[in-house]
Design a protein around this ligand. Structure first.
Ligand code: HEM
Length: 207
């Protein structure tokens, strides 16, 4: 789970960086050229297959791990006081991950499917992802779905980032606090940038 999680984190860095091109506020010129490169470059297309395989593997591993945990303790504890030594979000990774998956299905239906249709029908050059984004983010309820999706991502990452390092055995008196701090900053910055995209487009700040 740690390896696939870190792989998905690396995707988020690329995704948020490309999308942040919308903040150039140049009518989508910079963003569209970056998006066009990502949609048509053959190497990126191969990496994309790895991305979806990594996502499915991460979900599969989560299910296997949950079942193993349940098997290891078939009789529930009489009393549970989880908040004594763990955060609510570290105990809710399954729910947060499922919310994220629901968000991803809506998200891919919004953008990814259209891009794929354009690429496979030879119309990638005419496809304007920026215009598509401004049209999608005109609706407040879609912006709300995105904010809920990004909030799920925030809490999923807040635990997942540092947990991945711990699972890989990187537990060290000196470095663990640094990894934890980096994880918090990383999660907050990435999610704030993602959330700012639908919000600024809805408000007409980015157009
Ligand atoms: C909230 C702001 C976000 C915006 C505005 C946004 C925008 C986009 C756009 C425009 C595409 C289509 C790219 C293309 O193929 O032309 C895309 C693809 C994608 N997005 Fe997002 N995204 C956001 C957040 C997220 C988050 C939080 C995740 C994951 C947790 C995510 C996962 C994906 C995936 C998996 C793809 C498909 C990548 C591929 O083409 O292989 N996105 N996004």
């Amino acid at each position: 789970m740690a390896a696939t999680g870190l792989f998905l984190i690396s995707f988020l860095i690329v995704h948020v960086s490309i999308n942040a091109c919308i903040f150039a506020n140049d009518g989508g010129v910079t963003f569209n050229s970056a998006a066009h490169f990502m949609a048509t470059n053959p190497v990126i297309r191969i990496v994309e297959i790895g991305l979806f395989a990594g996502l499915l593997l991460h979900i599969y591993q989560a299910l296997v791990l949950t079942l193993k945990n349940q098997k290891a303790r078939p009789i529930a504890y009489a009393q549970v006081n989880g908040s004594a030594n763990s955060s609510w979000y570290s105990r809710s990774m399954g729910i947060l991950g499922s919310l994220l998956l629901l968000f991803l299905i809506v998200h891919l239906a919004h953008f990814w499917v259209d891009t794929k249709i354009a690429v496979f029908s030879g119309k990638a050059d005419e496809h304007n992802t920026f215009n598509e984004m401004t049209a999608v983010f005109k609706h407040w309820y879609i912006v709300l779905i995105y904010i809920i999706g990004v909030a799920s991502l925030l809490y999923h990452l807040l635990h997942g980032f540092q947990s991945a390092f711990q699972s890989l055995g990187l537990n060290h008196k000196k470095y663990t606090p640094l990894i934890k701090k980096t994880g918090i900053w990383f999660s907050v910055i990435v999610c704030a940038l993602f959330a700012a995209m639908p919000i600024t487009m809805f408000l007409g700040i980015i157009k």
